[in-house]
Design a protein around this ligand. Structure first.
Ligand code: TPP
Ligand code: MG
Length: 405
């Protein structure tokens, strides 16, 4: 590739200076902007796609996946349910029930595709937006609520679900995941058997600028570890567009470490499923690691503390709406006669029930005892933690005495 091509910015990225220059005061995208956005995703460089935004299914020769009506219905249901409880989480924060919420809106296919590609024995290391992966691992959505109310560090047993705690420190999970995958290989868990294991590590586009990701990839490749590095490129790291920190499509970085890298349409659940399944199988049979870039879009704010209208154009979000990950599955199911109205209605009812249960749990959450923050810091008793607990309780007791006078 010629050097001048290296610095070419992807066309789909809006830069802060473009916004400042008033590139698009209007919230309505022009037809040209819409077409540009569609091209960037559906005809993007090396983009692996099976289900187009129009709902047309084209099998991929390198990533075969057996598609049945029942399987597509299942993926549709998963995506509708996680979108529904994600929206409920957002509303609960707005109503003061949660301290913060991290929306996954727009990334349903990237997460359900990868999550459903995993086998029970595989292990996932998430960052903080992977509610869809939690769902696929069998973690009940209500288990997420303590984290976002600020009363719990986690809400599930990572070993039971083979789904690690959320990691807020950007990129840090790549080190844990690479180490875990090295351990899987050392323990002889890699091979041709049906119980062979792999690890998958989730992180964002912004995290690729973090040293931990680099170190994780170096160790994983040096030790031929069974790990899939799954980057959800949702185009933004809070207010920083991916084109500002990456001169090349992110999946190309894999070559520098010596592993295969693929860019998959992150809004196409079938492509995400097929490529991740292939990658996990490569890893579990000793051909890891593999990197996947799921090319998608964060439709909502970074978190409920963020206001994306300060740094990106509504037009950009509008054209990604046309690439909606759920809508293309719905269109395909209807066009091919694989689902009827009763099916779609039943999923909507189920989604409403899940949201109601989620809300009910949130509003009835009890305030935990103050000293619970000191629990589970280490696997066993620890003198320093005990000392800190005693200090803190004594400090709080001081307020009670004051109040008594
Ligand atoms: C080590 C570290 N530096 C900075 C932050 C603050 N921070 C939180 S989210 C974020 C952006 C991450 O963007 P990306 O990796 O693209 O993930 P996304 O939020 O888009 O899913 C930053 C910089 C942090 N949590 N940890
Ligand atoms: Mg991002």
């Amino acid at each position: 590739m010629a050097p001048e091509q290296w610095v070419e910015r992807p066309r789909y990225v809006q830069h802060a200076e473009d916004v400042a220059e008033g590139a698009g005061a209007s919230n309505v995208p022009s037809p040209d902007e819409v077409a540009r956005g569609l091209r960037a995703t559906s005809e993007g460089e090396d983009l692996i796609q099976i289900l187009s935004p129009e709902g047309v299914l084209t099998p991929h020769p390198d990533f075969p996946v057996e598609v049945t009506g029942e399987m597509l219905q299942g993926l549709y249901r998963d995506m509708v349910l996680i979108r529904r409880f994600d929206r409920e989480g957002n509303s609960l924060q707005r109503q003061g029930q949660l301290s913060i919420w991290v929306p996954l809106l727009g990334q349903e296919a990237a997460q359900i595709g990868a999550g459903r590609a995993m086998r029970p024995q595989d292990f996932a290391f998430p960052s903080y937006r992977e509610h869809g992966i939690a769902w696929c691992r069998g973690v009940d959505p209500t288990a997420l609520l303590g984290i976002f109310r600020g009363t719990d560090h986690s809400g599930w047993d990572p070993k039971e679900y083979r789904f690690h705690d959320y990691t807020i420190v950007i990129g840090n999970q790549a080190l844990n995941a690479a180490g875990y995958a090295m351990g899987q290989a050392f323990d002889g868990k890699v091979g041709d058997g049906a119980d062979a294991e792999a690890t998958i590590c989730f992180f964002g586009d912004g995290a690729t600028a973090q040293g931990d990701i680099h170190e994780g990839m170096v160790f994983a490749t040096a030790f031929d570890s069974p790990i899939v590095f799954y980057c959800q490129n949702n185009q933004w790291a809070i207010s920083e567009p991916v084109g500002k920190m990456a001169r090349l499509p992110l999946f190309r970085r894999a070559a520098g470490y010596g592993m295969p890298g693929f860019r998959v349409d992150g809004n196409d659940v079938l492509a995400c499923l097929a490529v991740t399944k292939w990658a996990l199988d490569e890893c579990r049979t000793g051909n890891g690691p593999v990197m996947i870039e799921a090319f998608t879009y964060r439709m909502d704010a970074h978190t409920t503390s963020d206001d994306p209208s300060r740094y990106r154009l509504a037009a950009e979000t509008e054209h990604w709406k046309l690439l909606d990950p759920i809508e293309r599955v719905r269109v395909h199911l209807v066009r091919e006669g694989l689902a009827d109205k009763a099916f779609f209605d039943s999923v909507d009812v189920e989604a409403d029930e899940l949201a109601a249960r989620f809300r009910d749990f949130a509003v009835n959450m009890q305030v935990p005892p103050v000293d619970r923050i000191f629990s589970n810091v280490y696997t066993g008793p620890h003198a320093e933690v005990d000392r800190q607990r005693a200090d803190y309780l004594e400090y709080l007791a001081g307020f009670e005495e004051e109040g008594a006078h």
